[in-house]
Design a protein around this ligand. Structure first.
Ligand SMILES: Nc1ncnc2c1ncn2[C@@H]1O[C@H](COP(=O)(O)OP(=O)(O)OP(=O)(O)O)[C@@H](O)[C@H]1O
Length: 576
């Protein structure tokens, strides 16, 4: 539970108030039976009325003080646990941001979502239990024991064997519940995964009329979660009534054993009442403590899952002290670059790729699907690191750069346009935080997005719904191009970013880009030959290897693969 403590200890004063509140409340709870004993025994012995009145007033004051103690505990507990979980979530979020794609692949996005939401929530619940019940009940248990032994040693023989027996019982329950808690969280990951997939892929599900199939997939993971949860909750639920039952039996035994002591005059009636009250406190404190203890394995599982996020070291370091400034802008060299994905190290996806580019030049990659084009592009902004060779930008290995500075040089337009919930302007300012309206207008003009933006009622302030789902595919692509253009980067990376554009728009956009990007270096992956016709260099990739390179005209003569691709898309006279 060092994870919880790491956050809670940041609020020492509130924690101190919590302890004070717990102490005060216990002092009051145990003071009341003592006064009640005095009151009963005094009334039986016929003490003065003023003593009775004084004791009753004192009891009332104690009661109010008890209420204040409880309120203090409740207030401080809420503050501590909500602050704890908010900070924990922020820290997790920051940590996740540092992960490279390798860590995302390893931990899984859905599992990360569960960890930030549900696992953190479980720790908050557990923190509340500990602060509200754990501390107070532990103190109450020890204080009640002290009072029990003070009041009657003879009766206490009943309680001595009861506690170790109950403790063993609690330990067994705790041991049984841990694997169930682990399974519960894993099943929740699966629910999130299935839900994410079927909701983000809703159109595909509907188009292929696979609602029933998806529903049954969801029902299976949901049932798995329910089954394991049912077992866990059942285990925890029946312990409470069983405990209450045992407590009642112990109280009956106390009364049974106490009666002869009262008769023989060894125990006064008031003390007997107080004794029963103390025993109730002691046993119920133990019960509460047992409840907290039984929640521990569940919280420990969540804590371990959160800790795993904090302990995961990104395979790509941010390299804060790395290079931030360069003399040149836009020179790129691939030197014998090879790469294989971490989950399949034996099979290289990129093999021994070499090329050089100067500012103002455009290079294009073409090849069959799965030939490694997107992978190659992702090595430049270090989404993954090369497994052999070097990528040199402006004279320095990309690994020697400050990661942020390296990425600042690049305008990356991904294969799948991704926009964020917010206005069009907010999305464009993703590319450049302080972009002016003029800059945004220019960027959207270059990317052929201006017309449709101006057609919107709110223009640049038009709100985009989740993932930009209220735009067409082509509009989304144009906006994600504008987002990169507004940054005016040294290097543009277009990963098949023109595929959703019609031929005319594609042509216009590339014409404007060519003019405006001027000294920038442009790297394009495209499926359409027409998109890369005028590139300074075209590289044909096949199974991760460079099989040909040259201009369009050269490749038509030298590369059969390129010719075949071109022939499948162009008219005969265009190929001549
Ligand atoms: N995250 C990943 N983990 C493991 N393997 C991957 C991963 N991403 C891609 N691959 C594999 O790497 C190979 C190259 O994929 P890549 O996406 O680079 O191809 P591509 O040429 O861009 O294809 P396309 O034109 O279809 O987009 C494929 O065999 C693919 O299965």
């Amino acid at each position: 539970m060092s994870l919880i403590w790491r956050y809670i200890k940041r609020y020492r004063l509130i924690l101190l108030l919590n302890v004070v509140g717990s102490f005060g409340f216990i002092f009051v709870e145990l003071g009341l039976p003592t006064m009640l004993a005095k009151l009963i025994d005094g009334a039986i012995a016929g003490v003065e009325q003023s003593f009775i009145t004084r004791t009753i007033i004192l009891m009332l004051l104690f009661s109010v003080a008890g209420l204040l103690g409880r309120s203090l505990v409740a207030y401080t507990t809420s503050r501590l646990t909500t602050n704890m979980v908010a900070e924990m979530r922020n820290d997790m979020y920051k940590k996740i941001q540092t992960f490279s794609h390798e860590e995302f692949d390893k931990l899984g996005v859905s599992s990360l979502v569960t960890r930030v939401t549900n696992d953190a929530f479980i720790l908050m619940q557990f923190g509340q239990m500990v602060l509200r019940l754990g501390l107070a009940t532990l103190l109450m248990m020890f204080a009640s024991f002290y009072m029990i032994f003070q009041t009657s040693r003879e009766l206490s023989v009943i309680l001595i064997p009861a506690f170790p027996a109950l403790l063993i019982f609690v330990l067994i329950i705790g041991k049984k519940s841990r694997p169930l808690s682990e399974a519960q969280q894993e099943n929740l990951d699966n629910i999130n995964l299935t839900l994410r997939e079927s909701l983000t892929g809703l159109r595909v599900v509907r188009a292929f009329v696979r609602e029933k199939f998806q529903s049954s997939r969801f029902a299976i993971v949901n049932e798995a979660y329910s089954t394991v949860s049912r077992r866990l909750f059942y285990l925890m639920a029946w312990t409470q009534p069983l405990f209450s039952h045992i407590i009642n039996l112990i109280i009956i035994a106390i009364v049974f054993m106490g009666a002869p002591l009262i008769e023989s005059g060894d125990l006064q009636i008031g003390n007997m009442v107080a004794y029963v009250e103390y025993s109730f406190h002691a046993l119920y404190s133990f019960l509460n403590f047992a409840i907290v203890f039984m929640m521990y394995p569940r919280a420990a599982v969540s804590a371990a899952r959160i800790q795993e996020v904090f302990d995961t070291v990104s395979s790509i370091s941010p390299n804060e002290a790395g290079i931030t400034e360069t003399e040149t802008h836009g020179y790129i060299t691939f030197e014998n670059v090879s790469f294989s994905y971490p989950d399949n190290k034996e099979t290289p996806v990129i093999e021994n790729v070499n090329f050089s580019l100067e500012p103002g030049q455009t290079i294009a990659f073409i090849g069959s699907t799965g030939s490694g084009k997107s992978t190659l592009l992702q090595l430049i902004p270090r989404f993954y690191d090369v497994t052999a060779g070097r990528i040199i930008i402006d004279g320095h290995d990309v690994r020697d750069y400050n990661l942020k500075a390296l990425r600042q040089k690049i305008g990356y337009i991904p294969q799948k346009s991704l926009l964020f919930t917010g206005t069009i302007a907010e999305n464009l300012r993703y590319g450049k935080v302080n972009a002016t309206e003029l800059e945004m207008e220019e960027a959207s003009d270059i990317s052929q997005a201006k017309d449709f933006i101006l057609d919107k009622t709110e223009k640049f302030e038009e709100h985009l719904s989740e993932g930009g789902s209220n735009l067409s595919g082509g509009q989304k692509q144009r906006l994600s191009i504008a987002r990169a253009v507004v940054r005016r980067p040294d290097i543009y990376i277009f990963d098949d970013s023109f595929s959703a554009l019609d031929y005319q728009t594609d042509k216009r956009l590339r014409g404007r880009l060519k003019k405006e990007t001027g000294r920038s270096t442009v790297i394009i992956v495209a499926q359409r030959v027409s998109t890369i016709l005028h590139a300074d260099k075209i590289i044909v990739l096949n199974e991760g290897k460079v099989v040909a390179e040259g201009t369009h005209k050269e490749l038509l003569k030298t590369s059969q693969i390129y010719y075949d691709i071109a022939a499948s898309q162009m008219r005969e006279e265009e190929l001549a």
